[in-house]
Design a protein. Structure first.
Ligand code: GMT
Length: 378
């Protein structure tokens, strides 16, 4: 099959999922055409089945805001026409689903039919999408997609709750490549960060408010008063400067390292003892799955799709959003040497249920169904 994939080429979860899905489909013999405004971070290798088409957004003095959606739709039309693409799969509804609808209509006017599959990832529904500025377009483009998937049951329900969507949404969870995300022997790295055998706690995110990084820092602040520990903060974003100030004000700057954006996050996770995800909302929590695959138990909030991933008392613990005291209690329990090995084992066992080879066929089956439906309707 020839598939056009549209995503945000950033370190965000939706871009990572789209890129990894494209790579896996290419390995399975499909021809994949990525259509984005920049090369996605994890697409830095050669594969004969992978192609990259950059969306060119010409600037013009008249534009205060460059019309990205039009440029994207035009590039989709070009790629489908020139490469004979069978299906477009867009990740993140805004503005990818509406741009795909426009491309589909243009192609239809030229006598070509190309189905569109939209994957909802989270903030496109729970945060940005339901804002009145976008809602009508998001509702319309979800309803007009030929296939719609959501990364958790919670996100599926949220979509029905917040939008007048009257079509099926299939839940296809995020996935993990266990050949890459696995616990590696990195003792020298652990020794360098924790020379005195401290416990290593990790948080990775795009440093946005929704991640509640203050809570992660506060959990660490209380934990390190009882157990010698270090905190690694991986990622970057708008909250970074504020969080650095908080860490300084709490007097724990020597125990906290800001690592910035990292490609090889599995190396850090390989030496971690605990992962923190206290988010305000999280439709799936891909970063937590990456941690679990590296045998790292997770202390998270109980929102969104997180309870579908992190099993309370088994792979870590779930707490109400903002309940730092509960998170501290749970973190201390997990970090206890008598408890840690069981949580590590359970985390990996749970991550295995999301192994790439189990989830990939579900996307392939979804594509087949959508293509069949479109053929039946022609
Ligand atoms: O979390 C973010 O702010 C990034 C966002 C994205 O679009 O990349 O992540 C969302 O999609 C991920 C991949 O499906 C999910 O694992 C995240 O839970 C989801 N984020 C939120 O719902 C806040």
């Amino acid at each position: 099959m020839k598939i056009g994939i549209v995503c945000y080429p950033t370190f965000g979860g939706s871009g990572v999922v789209a890129t990894e899905l494209g790579k896996a489909l290419a390995k399975n013999g499909h021809q994949i055409h990525f259509i984005t405004y920049q090369q996605p971070p994890r697409l830095d290798f050669f594969n004969e089945n992978v192609f990259y088409h950059e969306v060119n957004i010409p600037s013009y003095p008249l534009f205060q805001y460059a019309p990205y959606e039009s440029a994207l739709a035009s590039e989709m039309v070009n790629v489908v026409t020139n490469e004979n693409v069978d299906l477009l799969h867009v990740h993140y509804a805004i503005p990818h689903a509406s741009a795909a609808y426009m491309a589909k209509m243009i192609l239809r006017s030229q006598g070509r039919s190309v189905p569109v599959v939209t994957t909802l990832h989270g903030t496109d529904i729970t945060l940005v999408g339901k804002d009145a500025s976008y809602e009508p377009v998001v509702t319309f483009s979800i309803n007009e997609s030929d296939g719609v998937t959501a990364v958790s049951e919670d996100l599926r329900q949220d979509t029905y709750k917040h939008f007048k969507v009257h079509r099926d949404i299939e839940v296809i969870p995020n996935f993990i490549d266990l050949s890459r995300f696995k616990r590696q022997k990195k003792e020298h790295f652990k020794k360098a960060i924790c020379p005195n055998g401290e416990k290593l706690i990790v948080h990775t995110s795009n440093f946005r408010r929704v991640k509640r990084i203050d809570d992660a820092v506060m959990v660490f602040y209380h934990v390190q008063q009882q157990v010698p520990a270090k905190l690694l903060l991986v990622g970057d974003g708008p909250e970074r400067a504020r969080i650095e100030r908080l860490v300084r004000d709490l007097g724990i700057y020597d125990q906290v390292r800001f690592l910035g954006k990292m490609d090889a996050v599995e190396e850090v996770l390989s030496v971690a003892d605990l992962f923190l995800m206290p988010s305000e909302n999280e439709s799936f929590g891909l970063a937590a799955l990456e941690a679990m695959a590296c045998q790292v138990p997770v202390i998270s909030s109980n929102v969104g799709g997180l309870p579908e991933l992190n099993v309370n008392g088994v792979t870590g613990f779930l707490s109400n959003v903002g309940d730092v005291s509960d998170m501290v209690r749970n973190a201390l329990f997990v970090l206890d040497d008598a408890n840690l090995p069981a949580f590590q084992e359970n985390a990996l066992a749970r991550a295995t249920e999301f192994e790439l080879s189990r989830v990939l066929p579900r996307y392939e089956a979804h594509y087949e169904r959508v293509l069949q439906q479109v053929m039946d309707n022609v």
